[in-house]
Design a binder for this molecule. Sequence first.
Ligand code: ZN
Length: 304
Amino acid sequence: MSLERLSLSRSTLDRAAVRRSEPQLIETLLADPRTLVALFHEGETAISAQPTLQLWAANSVSGLKSESPYFFLGVDGEGRGYLALSVAERPPTPEGVRWASLREVGALLDDTGAGIFTTAVALIAWHRFHTHCANCGTGTNVIQGGWVRLCPACSREHYPRTDPAVIMTVVGPDDRVLLGRQAAWPEHRYSTLAGFVEPGESLEDAVRREVAEESGVLVGAVHYRGSQPWPFPSSLMLGFRGEALSSEIRVDEVEIDDARWWSREELQADIKEGRLILPPAVSIARRLIEDWFGAPIPDDPAAW
Ligand SMILES: [Zn+2]
């Protein structure tokens, strides 16, 4: 069984792609009192207690200075439309509402909220970095509710992209797991190895290459475990488990500063003693490590 219910893979909205080509789609949705708008500023959105995504009626946000057009995220089971808007500054929020990043609250939100936040952050980031035609350099126009940019000079259409990245637990013949750390990370933080898929490369080869480059360990068989978007700014993390063919570690000292093997007993002991800090629950890295471990790993070592 593959990894289920990854924090950022829980989207519930129907993307309703067929509606994107509707003439005046955004205007129609803005005139519908049921429509809800999510606001974003520098990768953050407003979160109320529980936590829940704070959503606004369209007429309550019409006066805000925006940094993007409205983007169409989809519709819920009752046909209600959802829009995202990037704003130049944070509007006043009701009591108990604060602004938070997806990394901070992505694992805590309900399924609909997590899906809206993940999709909107990814889409807004793509538009921010892709304002001009990659073919002829002319400034492009947003069409189709934000799902296409059209070049007025050469008529080329540009679609929002996501960058495939592989991320993997590497497991030795003795069932120990290989984790590594970057020099810039907080002390004692170790995680799975990861890296971008290169043009012309299969996912399996990307897993083998990244592990070999970063740790010197050779990987044979590669098994797919699950995926989740990671819009910081535009990755799709594809999770794998790789079977190690060798155990000697030679870190590259560029991307990875240190890497080690852990048995389950060693991992549990090191977490309890504060010598090992795993990545947070919002990451697929954490879920891949738990997948190998065989159970959820509590954040608080005292809970063990
Ligand atoms: Zn062009």
